[in-house]
Design a protein around this ligand. Structure first.
Ligand code: FMN
Length: 339
């Protein structure tokens, strides 16, 4: 075991090992988070939730707060541009019977529909407003408040300065995605800037961007000065990465999933989603997840076409089940047409 690695601590939270599942809207819902937990993920966020939507009491927005008692510790992530909306949203959350362990503020989303309102990544262009938002959220809750930022709007030059203003405003932890907002998801995450931010603050910093394997994740954690690492796209269809991070941390060889494990989990995920959302919605939501479970496998594109043409949940399950019969643990036998 790596004796030098410490838990991620902020507020009352002690997160061990310091591995975090990134919020990924459309993917890290309550169903997938439950799976991530079973593979050893110690800390999750909800998908981003509109503060305005919560303040207005929208049913679909409130549904995003739901989670099981096993899905803890959990941060609720809010986005918004108005400090009043943000503090109102926090009060709405506290009036529900849903318990959270931290409130996180999204200051990194590059989507136009979010930045055009002045929310998400746009707050990195208006740091005074970002500071007001942190203060408003802090004043509305006793929970620790974290902020998820990128390294800047169009350059990372001011990353440490922005981060230290958020720290001074009361943020208890920062997660830093090493891209600018303008970069979207292109190029590479700049871990030098993440590291600079981590070393210049007194609060813990969680580094995020492009972690794709357990060895790489643990190396970034050790070398960057960060107190934790956060993984987004690397865990889509691959909750096994959390198991593998634990294995590498304990000094053993990571047990990579075979084809049959991937198929079994995909079918399990389909069933859990059907129980939560009903079969029709589960079919629509799961197609994108399934593509990730089978990514890189021989025959994956044939399978994807077949899954996408499924018109009902039983048809989708049947396609995945039939395909699974053509895979051994390590090889794909010749797949017949599945459509
Ligand atoms: C489809 C998609 C949805 C995302 N949704 C959110 C979100 O709701 N909140 C957030 O803070 N970041 C969101 N992100 C950004 C991720 O949390 C993460 O910062 C980013 O993907 C970089 O990490 P990675 O290289 O490990 O994927 C999203 C990213 C993707 C690709």
């Amino acid at each position: 075991m790596d004796q030098t690695m410490k838990p991620l601590r902020f507020g009352h939270l002690v997160i061990w090992p310091p591995f975090v599942a990134a919020p990924v809207a459309g993917y890290t819902d309550a169903v997938y988070r439950e799976i991530l937990r079973e593979f050893g993920c110690p800390y999750c966020y909800t998908e981003m939730i509109s503060a305005k939507g919560l303040a207005l009491g929208g049913k679909a927005t409130l549904a995003l707060l739901e989670h099981s008692e096993h899905d803890r510790p959990l941060a609720v992530q809010l986005f918004g541009a108005d400090p009043d909306d943000m503090s109102k949203a926090v009060r709405v959350i506290h009036q529900t019977d849903m318990l959270f362990d931290a409130v996180d503020i999204n200051m990194g989303c590059p989507a136009k529909k979010v930045t055009s309102q002045g929310a998400g990544g746009a707050l990195l262009k208006d740091v005074s407003r970002a500071v007001e938002i942190v203060q408003a959220v802090k004043s509305a809750t006793k929970l620790p408040v974290s902020v998820k930022i990128r390294i800047g709007w169009s350059s990372g030059d001011k990353a440490a300065e922005i981060a230290s203003r958020l720290e001074a405003a009361g943020a208890d932890m920062l997660a830093v995605h090493g891209r600018t907002v303008v970069q979207g998801y292109g190029g590479e995450a700049d871990w030098d800037v993440i590291s600079l931010v981590a070393r210049s603050l007194n609060i813990p910093v969680v580094g995020n961007g492009d972690v794709a394997s357990p060895g790489q994740g643990i190396r970034q954690l050790r070398e960057s000065g960060c107190s934790g690492i956060m993984i987004g796209r690397g865990i889509l269809g691959n909750p096994f990465l959390f198991r593998n991070l634990h294995e590498v941390l304990w000094g053993s060889e990571p047990e990579l999933p075979g084809y049959s494990e991937r198929f079994d989990l995909a079918i399990d995920h389909l069933n859990r989603a059907a129980r939560r959302y009903g079969e029709h919605r589960a079919m629509l939501e799961l197609k994108k997840h399934l593509a990730f479970y089978f990514k890189g496998m021989k025959g994956a594109s044939k399978l994807r076409v077949a899954m996408n043409s499924a018109r009902s949940w039983p048809e989708l399950v049947d396609t995945v089940r039939r395909a699974s019969g053509y895979f051994t643990d390590s090889a794909c036998l010749k797949l017949p047409p599945l459509v």
